[in-house]
Ligand binder design. Structure first.
Ligand code: MN
Length: 740
């Protein structure tokens, strides 16, 4: 095999480390299967190296180790983790895995392979993919747990990636993996994700908090000792085994407080929490937790509103613990967390620990199962738009839950903020569709009424009732949204049929052929698809009779009457956009753009308003059915559609960079998406910083944006100041310079 002696030694050590913690508890067959998976992966990855230069096989071994030690998974997961990259990266097939390891492992490896392409470049296929992965997860949750381990190892070794890749991976982790880890109860992993992301996206801020924590370590430890010592003597008197410790909070959570509360590091009172972990039998858990709570609050005055009882009602992600904040020595606030060993394991290992304790006794509500059921419900609705699905799914990840009841006393778990209508859909989609009136605690309420913990909800249905578009404003759950949307789409399709009939009739009226003209009309009105055109005709947002007068019909084919075309062009060139965009579109003077290797002025051309290309953007030219040339960015949302359907109308287009004297720098910016964020940033750069921009692209994906802006600067110092100024902008999360 293609490994050096040094590699072999490294690999041997890693594999031994992997086996050590569980080798004694495994049966012969499992041991043999793990060994077989290891040997297969070792051979399959022999020609690959990681970016750091290490043999690739160290990655699957480490992922398997995280699965065992940090998530608490067993042999099936270890085998799958060892094999997780072989189908994607080597010539081993899924069929082979199935033959050698059985269909369970093949199914998990397949799920992990599909997860591979999940990236932010292409939201739509990614969302589609993500949906597929979730269906696998609904069958076997280990797929996602192993994926978490994979991502964790990649995040831990992020330093060896080039900066733009780091940015992408870290953004993706913030966007979907950290919330998912939270929802799966992988509390430690979520915290580590957030810290590692911050380290890469905001290195200066990260270092600031880390240094401060280090500086204050000694005095903090003294304080913790002072707080703990009276507790210890009282706890000892209980005669149970326990651990007590004081631990600093994570860097990202401290930074979050500094940022959201606008305070200094020194002003944050809960830099650490005291944790008491009790080793007690299951039956006595609650009793002893509350006993310890009494001890803590007898020694220190509690702040009642900060008592959080997740022992009686666990969190949606399975977290159980009793938290209280008390006033400690010298008047400082101190958070105390009280839990049992079992609760602690669930808090650390989430889902996996949940399975382990499943047979014993779970918290009274099977929170994970109900969450998985919920995902299955959303997935069943296969018609849903994947992007919408991803958004619905994501917004449901962080939500706290409430417990409400049917008139018969059955409990339903819904996300906090759920409405009466959400409740109706949670009972059954038919109940949702025909929901006419809702009574909460016997009082009639509107459909959008938000429910509270403990509400009793009764739904009245009527078959004449039908969902309408504005129902989307009344619901927050993914299931309800998906069902309403699919019902709307069906409605739209039906109405579109009517619109299509109208169009056919009108075309016949002017003796134009339907098939010859319909796609031309779709692009003439800037629609994405035929159904969009049909629907607009039905809704009369387009008066098709009037519009057809702008065309003449020759031999069944419509063509626009020339002067009208001019008018349309004018309309498109004066959009309501900031002036600095328009300045770039001035084609007077030297040609800045080449189409098909000829100066652009030789063509009747304009810049597409769907993607607003500016000088420097990679672009292509598209000849419209009217014979004019539109310049689109390569990343234009319509590009894929145009290229797929009208490849023959493509022409090469490129910008000519006439002056290279200045220094061009590309900045990668991420932040919170809000309306007009691109405008604010570009406005700031041109008006406040007075810099010239060469290209800009912004992708906003549900609450998060990623932008790439090229600016012209004179020197590095100006670049540094620009980065700092942009970072200070509201909503901007990170700014880094892309390596050239
Ligand atoms: Mn991997």
């Amino acid at each position: 095999m293609n490994y050096t002696e040094k590699d072999k030694k490294l690999i041997r050590i890693a594999y031994k480390d992997l086996l050590r913690p569980f080798i004694d508890n495994m049966n012969k067959e499992d041991k043999a299967a793990v060994r077989k998976a290891y040997e297969l992966a070792l051979e399959a990855h022999q020609y690959q190296r990681r970016k750091s230069g290490e043999p690739y096989i160290l990655h699957p071994i480490e992922v398997a180790r995280i699965c065992i030690e940090e998530i608490g998974l067993g042999p099936t997961a270890i085998i799958s983790a060892l094999l997780h990259d072989v189908v994607e990266d080597t010539d081993i097939t899924l069929e082979y895995i199935e033959k050698e390891f059985g269909n369970k492992i093949a199914m998990i490896v397949d799920g992990l392979t599909k997860f591979k392409d999940l990236n932010m470049d292409n939201l739509s296929p990614q969302a589609e993919n993500f949906k597929k992965v979730l269906s696998t997860m609904a069958k076997d949750v280990r797929v996602v747990l192993i994926k978490m381990a994979d991502r964790l190892h990649n995040m831990r070794t992020l330093g060896s990636m080039p900066p733009h890749k780091q940015l992408k991976i870290a953004s993706e982790t913030t966007y979907i993996y950290a919330p998912l880890a939270h929802r799966l109860g992988l509390y430690n992993i979520k915290t580590e994700f957030n810290d590692l992301c911050m380290k890469s996206l905001q290195p200066e801020e990260y270092k600031y908090v880390a240094d401060k924590l280090q500086e204050t370590k000694k005095s903090r430890n003294e304080y913790i000792g002072e707080f703990i010592s009276p507790l210890i003597s009282k706890l000892d008197a209980l005669g149970i085994d326990y651990q007590i410790s004081g631990r600093p909070k994570s860097i990202s959570s401290i930074w979050n407080k500094i940022k959201t509360k606008g305070v200094e590091f020194e002003e944050i009172y809960d830099l650490f929490a005291i944790r008491i972990i009790l080793d007690v039998p299951l039956a006595e858990e609650k009793l002893i937790c509350w006993k310890v709570y009494t001890i803590v609050t007898e020694l220190n005055t509690p702040i009642p509103e900060r008592l959080k009882d997740w022992v009686t009602t666990p969190k949606a992600n399975g977290y159980e613990s009793l938290h209280t904040t008390v006033i400690g020595p010298i008047g400082k606030f101190v958070e105390v967390q009280i839990r049992t060993l079992r609760m602690h394991e669930i808090a650390e290992k989430g889902f996996a620990a949940h399975w382990k304790y499943k047979g014993v006794k779970q918290n009274q509500f099977n929170v994970f199962d109900s969450w998985l059921d919920n995902i299955r419900d959303i997935l069943e609705n296969q018609e849903g738009d994947p992007v919408e699905f991803l958004q619905d799914f994501k917004t449901n990840l962080y939500k706290e839950e409430i417990f409400v009841f049917t008139p018969k006393g059955d409990m339903k778990i819904l996300p906090k903020g759920a409405t009466a209508l959400d409740f109706a859909f949670s009972i059954h989609s038919e109940v949702g569709y025909h929901c006419r009136a809702v009574k909460v605690n016997n009082i009639l309420v509107p459909l959008g009424h938000p429910l509270q913990n403990g509400d009793q909800v009764a739904i009245e249905t009527n078959n004449a009732q039908k969902p309408s578009e504005n129902w989307l404003n009344f619901v927050i759950t993914g299931k309800a949204r998906a069902k309403i949307r699919s019902s709307m789409k069906e409605e739209r399709r039906k109405k579109g049929e009517l619109g299509k009939e109208t169009l056919m009739r009108k075309l016949k009226g002017v003796k134009a052929d339907f098939e010859l003209n319909v796609d031309m009309l779709v692009s003439h009105f800037d629609f994405q698809s035929r159904p969009d055109l049909y629907y607009a005709i039905f809704k009369e947002t387009i008066n098709i009779q009037k519009e057809l007068k702008k065309f003449e019909c020759i031999g069944g084919k419509l063509s626009i009457i020339e002067e009208k075309a001019e008018q349309k062009e004018d309309k498109q060139i004066s959009p309501k956009e900031p002036t600095h965009f328009r300045a770039k579109r001035n084609f007077t003077g030297k040609p800045k753009l080449m189409i098909d290797n000829q100066p652009a002025d030789q063509f009747k051309h304009s810049l597409a308003t769907c993607c607003n290309p500016v000088l420097g953007d990679p672009v292509f030219a598209y000849v419209t059915s009217l014979g004019e040339v539109k310049i689109h960015r390569n990343t234009c949302p319509n590009a894929e559609h145009l290229m797929a359907n009208y490849a023959y109308r493509m022409k090469k287009a490129e910008w000519i960079d006439s002056d290279n004297t200045d220094f061009l720098a590309t900045l990668l910016i991420t932040g919170i998406d809000g309306r007009g964020v691109a405008q604010r940033i570009t406005g700031f750069i041109t008006n406040d910083l007075k810099l010239d921009m060469r290209s800009i692209s912004m992708d906003g994906n549900q609450g998060f944006f990623q932008g790439r802006i090229s600016v012209v600067v004179n020197n590095k110092d100006q670049l540094r100041k620009t980065i700092l100024a942009l970072k200070a902008m509201d909503g901007v999360y990170s700014v880094i310079r892309e390596d050239q």
